[in-house]
Design a protein. Structure first.
Length: 350
């Protein structure tokens, strides 16, 4: 339960980050333009406020002279008009000095509205697509094979009825070579969860420091499973089979925004972060009995394997082969080596 909550929290955090990053370029453009407009407005307000303060100080002197009888009402009116005209001229001259800045902002806003993004902005977008971070979700059908038959995927295992594997990865994509290169290196960090379901009427059990499968004696067994979770590090080389290109301002880029075919080959390593046995059954006392137990022996603490994939438009079909056995000598089972076929989806890119 704790691992599920942790995984959900990580995915929620990553999704929020991804959404934020996806809109970062657009937000930055508008924020920069708005900031420049605000700065212009602040400058004009500052000019008006500063000169108005000086004008009021001079008008206060005129008022004081009038109250002290030093000048007449007519003289007060004339002096006040002269002061007002003087500061009106000063304010207009200073505002005119800022006119070029406002015209530049206006021209930029019109250009963005009419012509869209500049060549430099489009080039940066292409670079970001070619070197990015992705949230990748994958799930596959998992089977166990004998050591002597490592690729016998459709065998008839004696102990395991079915298996599945689900993983979430934060993956970095880096183009290898120039911006027209069809070769990419992918690497990252993820969490993988493998679930094994025992055959009907049997359960996973432990005893004498051994892991084994045995018959279940109470009234009715609803389900039984063994779950192993890993912190996984993938490393994969991918090659674009039908590259499409785009050119901006004389510079050519592989256009990773287009739908393209990719093939990939890679390796992965992992370390076990949790494993447990769980089954649910009925008896005379209750129909909702749940048994949980941490696996102490029988599962290797480390994982290493190879992967082949072929994909189109962000969805890949893959085959993973665990080169190290999932279960060690403390597991009294015949099939111990993992093999899986599944789909991989690039969920979010940022």
């Amino acid at each position: 339960m704790k691992n599920t909550i942790l995984l959900s929290a990580l995915m929620l955090t990553a999704s929020v980050m991804a959404f934020s990053q996806d809109n970062k370029s657009i937000r930055q453009q508008y924020e920069t333009l708005n900031m420049r407009i605000n700065n212009y407005t602040v400058k004009i307000d500052s000019i008006v406020s500063s000169e108005k303060k000086k004008m009021n100080e001079e008008l206060d002197v005129i008022d004081k002279d009038f109250k002290d009888g030093k000048i007449s009402a007519e003289e007060k009116k004339n002096h006040s008009n002269e002061i007002a005209l003087k500061y009106e001229t000063i304010i207009n001259e200073k505002v005119d000095a800022q006119k070029e800045s406002f015209e530049e902002i206006t021209r930029e806003r019109v250009r963005k509205s009419v012509f869209g993004k500049s060549a430099d902005e489009k080039k940066n977008e292409m670079k970001n697509l070619l070197n990015s971070m992705d949230i990748v979700i994958s799930g596959g059908y998992l089977n166990l094979t004998e050591k002597s038959k490592p690729f016998d995927f459709f065998n008839k295992p004696e102990e395991i009825r079915s298996g599945s594997s689900l993983s979430y990865q934060l993956r970095f994509q880096m183009q290898v070579g120039t911006y027209t290169s069809p070769v990419f290196l992918n690497f990252g960090l993820g969490v993988r969860a493998d679930i094994y379901n025992a055959k009907k009427s049997t359960v996973f059990a432990q005893g004498n420091e051994k892991l084994f499968i045995t018959e279940f004696t109470p009234k009715k067994l609803k389900y039984t499973q063994l779950k192993a979770e890993y912190l996984e590090i993938p490393l994969e080389m991918q090659f674009v089979l039908n590259p499409k290109y785009v050119e901006y301002d004389g510079e050519k880029f592989l256009d990773d925004s287009k739908r393209q075919w990719r093939i990939g080959a890679g390796i992965y390593g992992g370390v076990k972060i949790g494993s447990r046995i769980k089954y649910k059954y009925e008896n005379e006392e209750s129909s909702k009995n749940v048994f949980r137990q941490r696996v102490e022996n029988g599962i290797n603490p480390f994982l290493f394997g190879a992967k082949l994939s072929i994909g189109y438009a962000g969805i890949s079909l893959y085959v993973k082969k665990d080169l190290t056995p999932i279960f060690n000598d403390d597991a009294l089972m015949n099939n111990k080596n993992g093999l899986q076929i599944g789909l991989e989806v690039f969920n979010l890119t940022f």
